[in-house]
Design a protein around this ligand. Structure first.
Ligand code: TXE
Length: 496
């Protein structure tokens, strides 16, 4: 039996969050549910002056040490309380994630569970964060390496995992002692604002977490250029990532963390459990409708089993339940924006025009309202095709074939990206050789999309800079200070 949640009767109006209070009075942007086409939220279009005020509040909260000056245990306690409140509000936050993003409710609930874990790991990281010491500099010199928070962080998040990407960063930024100004995607701002309620109830001091909503071109750009923001963490397109690098260079050389695109390989050897691997391939590209930076979008399959394997994947794709994301039985929901929907359909048309063969999907799914695309598999793809090279960010899997391990590795590395990769084989030599030689920040062997916030996340090459989550995630928001202490009397330089 499945349950279908209902839509809100009218759109909810949200305020932006500045220095511990919600504010209104700005023109509103109305967001419609991409799955249903009805308005669900009204989000303020903040001004650059609002952003300015938020940076001032975050700066004040950082400099007076109301947060950074607390023991790590006290910061950890706030994060643990936030985890408890998220547990209590899990279904409500998941519901808003569905309304604005279009992802299935069962998936959204699972994501909130992951977010709770992020806060718990962040709480531990706050307590464990430490520097280093050098006891080997000779008897007269002692060295300490202090870890200090970077300062005011600007955080720009995308629409594909509005709450999850937020929570893979916020607890770690807070654990480090930094303060922040968050600019969520204009189409999925609600849950970032709900987190403000959660953090306030958990006891986070005012001014530490601020949310300024609005467009990327105005508010996002101003945040990247702001001279009083010490670090910027950006997740989104490679093009905007590049503009963040320019903006940092042209303003104050702010530190950058970037998580950008991917064109992630899933390598399947003939000796793997083909049923398992086919399920992994169908899941890896269909999860979140393929709007996922770590989606496994390039299938690289050993030629001797390729036809059999592609048929297995196509059959599984045909059985995936695409539907209303408020239905608990749905596995694949709506495409989040009309622009993204057009982009994906455009790539599907291009794949056909380039001569690839469509084995599954390949068209929009008509549910009477909203925008949906069927999980799609192209066979006969060659490395020069646009569908094999460019990030589609939709449920479109492209199959390429190989004969040798070296060829598989070369195909996997034939991309400007390096976010994630997956290899399927029962042979330990092949598994480890591929793992060592393929350039990607996250790797899965005989599984896909597995993991928790204990492990660092991030990309090689044009997929980004820096690492989020785990101890690496909290260290990312710190900088080290090397302290040299003279023990006893220093030998004088001026001797004449
Ligand atoms: O991303 P944008 P879009 C990829 C994916 C997708 C493509 C375009 O391939 O098809 O990007 O998506 C803010 N200065 N990914 O156009 O524009 C914006 O408001 C500062 C991969 O939606 O990069 C939002 O908050 N900020 C990806 C955020 O940047 C700006 C996730 C992301 O939007 C800005 C999303 C500017 N000039 C898309 N312009 C991943 N790595 O997971 C926009 N923004």
């Amino acid at each position: 039996m499945t349950t279908l949640l209902s839509l809100p009767h009218s759109p909810r109006e949200f305020g932006f969050y500045l220095d511990g209070a919600f504010h209104g009075g700005r023109p509103l942007f109305e967001r419609a549910s991409p799955a249903h086409g009805v308005p669900v939220s009204r989000i303020p279009k903040c001004t650059v002056a609002d952003l300015e005020a938020a940076v001032v509040a975050a700066r004040r909260a950082f400099e007076d040490r109301r947060w950074a000056g607390l023991p790590g245990a006290a910061r950890g306690a706030v994060l643990l309380r936030a985890a408890d409140i998220l547990r209590r509000r899990r279904d409500e936050i998941a519901y808003w994630e569905v309304l604005e993003n279009g992802k299935p409710i069962s998936q959204a609930r699972g994501e909130i569970d992951h977010c709770i874990a992020c806060f718990e790991v962040g709480a531990g990281a706050a307590r464990l964060l430490h520097g280093d010491s050098f006891n080997n500099l000779g008897d007269s010199l002692f060295g300490m390496v202090l870890r200090e928070p970077v300062g005011v962080v600007g955080l720009i998040t995308p629409w594909n995992f509005p709450f999850l990407i937020l929570c893979e960063r916020v607890p770690f930024i807070l654990a480090s002692g930094c303060t922040m100004v968050v600019k969520p995607s204009e189409v999925t701002s609600a849950t970032t604002l709900l987190l403000a309620e959660v953090l306030a109830e958990a006891g986070l001091p005012n001014g530490v977490y601020n949310v300024i909503t609005g467009s990327g071109r105005s508010i996002g750009q101003a945040l990247t250029e702001h001279p009083d923001v010490d670090m910027l963490s950006f997740t989104g397109s490679t093009a905007v990532g590049r503009s963040c690098v320019h903006a940092a260079a042209d303003s104050n050389f702010k530190k950058l963390g970037l998580e950008l695109g991917g064109k992630n390989p899933i390598i399947v050897f003939a000796d793997s459990d083909l049923e398992d691997a086919a399920d992994g391939a169908a899941f890896g590209i269909s999860f979140n409708t393929g709007q996922c930076c770590v989606s496994s979008s390039r299938l690289i399959v050993e030629r001797s089993v390729a036809a059999e394997f592609e048929a297995l994947v196509a059959a599984k794709m045909a059985r995936i339940r695409v539907g209303d994301p408020l239905d608990a039985a749905t596995q694949v929901g709506a495409i989040t924006t009309a622009a993204q929907n057009d982009t994906i359909l455009g790539y599907i048309a291009r794949g056909t025009a380039e001569g690839a063969q469509l084995l599954a999907g390949g068209q929009a799914v008509d549910l009477g309202r909203g925008q949906y695309i069927a999980p799609t598999l192209f066979a006969g793809v060659t490395p020069d095709m646009a569908i094999a090279r460019e990030e589609i960010f939709g449920p479109v899997l492209c199959s390429l074939r190989f004969d040798t391990v070296e060829e598989a590795i070369a195909l996997a590395n034939d991309t400007v990206y390096g976010l994630a990769a997956s290899v399927w084989t029962k042979n330990i030599d092949k598994a480890l050789t591929v793992t060592r030689r393929v350039r990607a920040g996250r790797f899965w062997v005989n599984t896909i999309m597995a993991g928790g916030p204990e492990m660092p996340l991030g990309g090689f090459r044009q997929s980004g800079w820096g690492r989020e989550a785990g101890m690496s995630g909290v260290e990312e928001y710190t900088q080290t200070k090397s302290v040299h202490v003279e023990l006893g009397k220093r030998a004088h330089w001026v001797t004449g």
